[in-house]
Design a protein around this ligand. Structure first.
Ligand code: FAQ
Length: 311
């Protein structure tokens, strides 16, 4: 019996082949990738905001240089990812407009405030730590351009994670007040970091199909568990306490068990009602408006060049 296109596609993916832009793909595969990649791109771009808040107030030149480099890397990640989405025939202006209007999702984590310098440590250590767990898996995603973008992004993310861990370590080994700052930041960022991995597997509507198509190679809960198992010993090393009274090591499974995640908070944040959702969109809209002259100049130049080529 002749296989239909969808069956052949599944077989191709099952054999660990990469799907490339000009290959045939099911329409839902294309749509799912555009959804995930554009959300990922928006997260990188909005993710610059909580940290940019501290560039002018970094406590030393060395810290400032590292933070500037990190935030610039995030702009670059956003650009690779928008380009990867464009290979699927998504229009960049449509994606940007959906972000600016509040229609598109971006990671819940970037809707939390950064009141102290210790938050910059916590973001690098925890948020980039969670991002790496997720993105190492995405280096093997079935869509070629996304997988290749992830390889470079992961290298940069591991520098970001080290940068954050080192800030936190310096504070944790400092004065009692500095150690308390590090602890407070851990208290505020721990639970939102666990929410970055998305809803539990049984409440994740996109997971089953994305796993089947090898867009996702590990489930939300598996990745969350990996992150917890990796991070708890790091907190112990720093002499900081994970803010979860139910956290305990399970000798039999070889994993940490954790307390209940507040999913109501998660859904509230992704609906737009987190502490900083409004502020983030205002900042992105202002940046877009302030950059209008650059787009106009680039378009005028492109038109002039096209005219010149015609002559
Ligand atoms: N926030 O069915 P699932 C970074 C949505 S790292 C907001 O499980 P899926 C680096 C989900 O979109 C952060 N929304 O969905 C950095 C879906 O909504 P939809 C970015 C979330 O796609 C570090 C609905 O809930 N990383 O930026 C979240 O199979 C430091 C149901 O969920 C990525 O985007 C959430 N946390 O799995 C930058 C990685 N979780 O579209 C600066 C790529 C779920 O149906 C500083 N993305 N939702 O309306 C992925 O791997 C996946 O999309 C998941 C979600 C795992 C995030």
């Amino acid at each position: 019996k002749e296989m239909n296109l969808e069956e052949r596609f599944q077989q191709y993916v099952d054999a660990e082949n990469k799907v490339e832009p000009k290959d045939w793909m099911p329409e839902k595969y294309r749509k799912t990738l555009i959804r995930q990649i554009s959300q990922h791109a928006h997260s990188e771009v909005v993710g610059m905001l909580p940290e940019a808040n501290w560039i002018t107030r970094a406590p030393s030149l060395r810290r400032k240089v590292a933070l500037l480099a990190k935030v610039q890397d995030e702009a670059g990640h956003g650009l690779y990812l928008y380009s990867a989405a464009e290979t699927l025939a998504a229009d960049r202006m449509d994606m940007v407009e959906d972000l600016l209007s509040g229609k598109a999702k971006y990671s819940s984590i970037f809707n939390y405030p950064t009141p102290t310098w210790a938050d910059i440590g916590a973001i690098g250590w925890l948020v980039d730590g969670a991002a790496i767990a997720n993105q190492v898996m995405l280096c093997r995603t079935s869509y070629g351009p996304y997988a290749r973008a992830m390889v470079k992004i992961c290298k940069e993310e591991s520098f970001h994670q080290r940068q954050g861990y080192e800030i936190t370590m310096t504070l944790a080994q400092g004065s009692p007040v500095q150690k308390q700052m590090a602890q407070d930041a851990l208290n505020r960022w721990w639970w939102p970091s666990l929410m970055m991995f998305g809803p539990t597997d049984d409440a994740s509507p996109n997971s089953a199909q994305s796993m089947k198509w090898k867009i996702k190679r590990k489930s939300n809960d598996e990745l969350r568990q990996e992150f917890i198992d990796k991070t708890v010993p790091q907190a112990e090393f720093l002499g900081l306490t994970i803010p979860d009274k139910d956290l305990k090591w399970n000798e039999e499974t070889g994993h940490y068990e954790h307390g209940e995640i507040d999913w109501e908070e998660f859904y509230n944040v992704i609906k737009g009602n987190g502490k900083c959702n409004k502020q983030r969109l205002i900042a992105r809209n202002k940046a877009h408006d302030d950059g209008a002259w650059v787009r106009e100049a680039a378009n005028a130049y492109a038109e002039k060049e096209a005219e010149r080529r015609k002559k």
